[in-house]
Ligand binder design. Structure first.
Ligand SMILES: [Zn+2]
Length: 389
């Protein structure tokens, strides 16, 4: 067997730092063989300046919206952003497919090896068939009205089925998921969480304060959204609870859930989660800071999440609300606002935590023998990443 050997100023294994005295040894296709002291690694060692890291995991994307890059201006606020996505997402099929292919290539170049991808259509199926990246396909159900819950579920199931056919074990890489607390009725929630094989789910959580207000009190800017979409909310009964507290118990304790955004998740919410009588087996908090900034939402209170030892992962969201699909760019934004968070913690979120959240940590997320996590070299000011494998 012929080996490839990598050495750099620093080596981040997914769990810890090693210095330039250690060499990462892989097979030709990037399968991890060992990490050895340089004195035992032999010859033909390639040296890089910067940090060697396992490939990045993007826990939240909407690859199918890639054609919307630059379509929606920045800082519109949540409601206008949502209205524009719904009203302006229809382009011709060739444009949509080309944008998807280009966006996937850019993720590969940016060192991303796996993606948790929200799907409202099967537009991304052709690029996914090629198998250049690992995907978990989250077929998304949206439906405010109780009466139409079965039809809305069927629509998501149709998308799910198209992706499921690509996999020998469909439930390992596919789920049906709720869009957001304000857009999914309790009946639709029940259909989603009881769907056979649905064990890894995700939901947009507390992306805006308007969401907390609408769910708790039934007031605020979300009225404009429902009016623009011609949705009758006259029968809506607010929950008298903050958003996450109103819906979390719909999930089953055996399910894993990736909560996305968390820009307005409070201490009270984290206390609620900590004392939930039937806690969810695995709860992850995915941060998409560049999308928050693009839309005009604040970044989450990341120190508060850390205080509660919330497992954090990173997502790019879509090109409708981001200038690029780059996990490194997301880390850079976090570093700007939270300079006291050390680099190893940021990289842990971007690698092993993301792999665990997408249930791909048997293969990705760290340099451990037998895994094939990709090998990146990152420069020290966190501005550039080069994919070595
Ligand atoms: Zn999203």
């Amino acid at each position: 067997m012929s080996y490839r050997k990598f050495r750099a100023d620093h080596l981040f294994t997914g769990h810890e730092w090693l210095n330039d005295e250690f060499v990462l040894v892989t097979g030709q296709r990037g399968e991890i063989v060992d990490i050895l002291p340089v004195s035992e690694a032999g010859e033909d060692i390639a040296f890089f300046s910067g940090i060697l890291s396992p490939g990045f995991i993007n826990c939240h994307c909407h690859l199918e919206l890639s054609h919307m890059k630059g379509v929606i201006p920045e800082k519109t606020g949540m409601v206008d952003f949502l209205i524009r996505v719904i009203q302006q997402r229809n382009f011709d099929s060739a444009t949509i497919k080309q944008a998807i292919a280009n966006a996937e290539s850019s993720m590969l170049e940016n060192g991303i090896v796996a993606v948790g991808d929200i799907c409202n259509t099967a537009d991304t199926i052709d690029v996914k068939k090629a198998g250049r990246l690992h995907y978990h396909n989250f077929s998304e159900a949206i439906g405010f009205s109780e009466a139409t819950a079965p039809q809305r579920f069927e629509a998501a199931l149709t998308v799910y089925d198209q992706f499921a056919r690509l996999y020998r074990m469909p439930a390992e890489s596919n789920s049906i998921v709720p869009h957001a607390p304000y857009s999914v009725s309790p009946r639709l929630f029940q259909l989603i969480t009881r769907f056979a094989g649905n064990h890894l789910l995700t939901i947009h959580n507390q992306e805006s304060e308007a969401e907390n207000e609408f769910v708790e009190k039934g007031t605020g800017d979300f009225h404009r959204l429902f009016k623009a979409l011609n949705i009758d909310i006259s029968g809506y009964k607010p929950y008298a609870q903050r958003s996450i507290q109103s819906y979390l118990t719909h999930f089953l304790p055996t399910q894993s859930v990736i909560l996305v955004h968390n820009a307005h998740t409070s201490k009270d919410d984290l206390e609620f989660i900590a004392h939930c009588p039937l806690p969810i087996a695995n709860l992850y908090f995915c941060l998409c800071p560049n999308a928050n900034e693009y839309i005009g939402n604040p970044l989450p209170n990341i120190d508060l999440l850390r205080e509660y030892q919330a497992p954090i992962t990173i997502g790019t969201d879509s090109l409708a609300s981001n200038h690029q699909l780059s996990i490194l760019a997301e880390l850079h934004t976090i570093h700007r606002q939270y300079p006291h968070i050390v680099l190893s913690e940021l990289l842990t979120w971007a690698t092993i935590n993301g792999a665990r959240a997408l249930e791909l940590d048997n293969l990705l997320g760290s340099f451990e023998p037998g895994k094939q996590p990709g090998v990146l070299v990152i420069n020290e000011p966190l501005t550039q990443v080069t994919r070595l494998i």
